[in-house]
Design a protein around this ligand. Structure first.
Ligand code: CA
Length: 226
């Protein structure tokens, strides 16, 4: 996994980074909140380890901004023993777990594995995406998605009902530097629909003049009628 460590204490950050790399992960360090948020929003990471007390923008504010942007990347908070109130607030803001400092790298790895397992399969009726094996199924049928189709569908499925603009999707799936007028998103959505929409509602609904949202009910209706 590609893990982002947002931690301003250099020694801790480097220790965690080394521990993660020894376990086969890739890790990148951001030493302040603003850089952490920008990196987390890039969509390049499978998980974020987020310190609470950070220069620039604190960890809770980073988490809040991430979730407000519709970004559902798993987040584990790194908190001090005395930061009980921040832990509660962090979980309410959408953190997946927390680890109290000082911690053992083995404990951190165990938490990372647990959070990853919890977040590794997305379901909507007959539709299933396994984010670890990158396998997709509709009922018993295996569906083959191109990497960007998989990523776009994953992003929408993580937040059913939430409307994402074309530029948000463009930024998340293709990265920065694309003309917002490009039809990449539209073409990708069409390809996904061709693969997963049976008769009935579409899993990906177009929201006029805005963007798209994932319709988990489409799957449920189809599952019932099958
Ligand atoms: Ca700190």
């Amino acid at each position: 996994m590609n893990i982002l460590i947002v931690e301003d204490e250099e020694k801790i950050a480097r220790n965690v980074c080394a521990g993660l790399e020894e376990s086969g992960h890739e890790a990148v360090i951001a030493d302040n909140g603003n850089e952490g948020l920008a990196k987390a929003l890039s969509g390049d990471f499978d998980l974020v380890l987020l310190d609470v007390m950070l220069p620039g923008r604190d960890g809770l504010s980073v988490l809040k901004a991430l979730r407000e942007d519709g970004n559902a990347v798993p987040v584990i908070l790194l908190t001090a023993l005395s930061e009980g109130a921040q832990r509660v607030e962090g979980l309410e803001l959408g953190a997946d777990d927390y680890v109290t400092k000082p911690y053992f790298i083995d404990e951190l790895l165990a938490r990372i594995n647990a959070v990853t397992r919890r977040n590794s399969v997305l379901h909507a009726g007959p539709l299933m995406l396994n984010l670890v094996t990158r396998e997709a199924r509709y009922g018993d049928e295996k569906i083959f998605f191109a990497p960007r189709e998989f990523r776009l569908l994953e992003y929408l499925m993580r937040s059913p009902g939430k409307v994402f603009t074309r530029s948000q999707l463009l930024k998340y799936v293709w990265g920065y530097g694309f003309d917002p007028q490009t039809s990449l998103v539209k073409v990708c959505v069409r390809r996904i629909r061709e693969k997963i929409d049976r008769d009935g509602d579409s899993f990906i609904q177009t929201v006029r003049n805005t963007g798209y949202r994932f319709n988990a009910e489409a799957g449920r209706c189809q599952a019932r009628s099958n």
